[in-house]
Design a protein around this ligand. Sequence first.
Ligand code: PGA
Length: 241
Amino acid sequence: MKIIIVDSYEEMSIKAASIVQRQLNIKPDCVLGCATGHTPLGMYKELIKAYRRKEVDFEQTVFFNLDEYCNIDPKNKQSYHYYMNHNFFAHVNAKRDNIFILNGMAKDFDQEIKMYDQQIKAKGGIDLQILGIGENGHIGFNEPGESFETGTHIVQLQESTINSNSKYFPSKEDVPTAALTMGTKSIIQARMLLLLANGPEKASVVYETVKGKVTPQVPASIIQLHPNAVLVIEKSAAAFI
Ligand code: PGA
């Protein structure tokens, strides 16, 4: 595990974008696992800037999103479909056919999650998985206590996640209570992991993730076992490590 501590959110975003960019320059048809939330927003902005400077090209890149809320329309501004389109895909030359995002409106969730794992496999697996981290240690929507052995699945969101994500919704009651997510097993199978964290509210969980016991109680702690994990941590989130 390589830990890079940086001074600011901006520096974290620039560093993360440069790691993604390097990967894409080495392998233009790279399979990229994408994360949502506030943390990677700056990184996506930097990647868009690099694209405009013609330093990176997404034409052959394949994208798999980590997760999506259940029962939320892709056009809804809080959906992760909207997030990815609005904050990234619409600004670069990503091909529609190469973008995979779990369908939170699927009639048959079992079929949807099964198909997603098959699609990841058919594309050769994820080369680089970008990750944020929840204050409770979740990666994707893999909540504390879930088995490390899960592939893509449906989860009931924990109270702490609903509270934390309510800032993005008109009220807490509007936050969906379930989501579809790539499982810890799907995530850990990626050839490289890139985990980002910023802000003092993440300091405890970052400590648990890198220095604590590897345990499903802190889903992100699994990255200690990954042979090629890079963490880019803004200094206030790195306060305890
Ligand atoms: P955040 O979410 O980037 O909005 O803090 C991170 C996460 O829950 O994975």
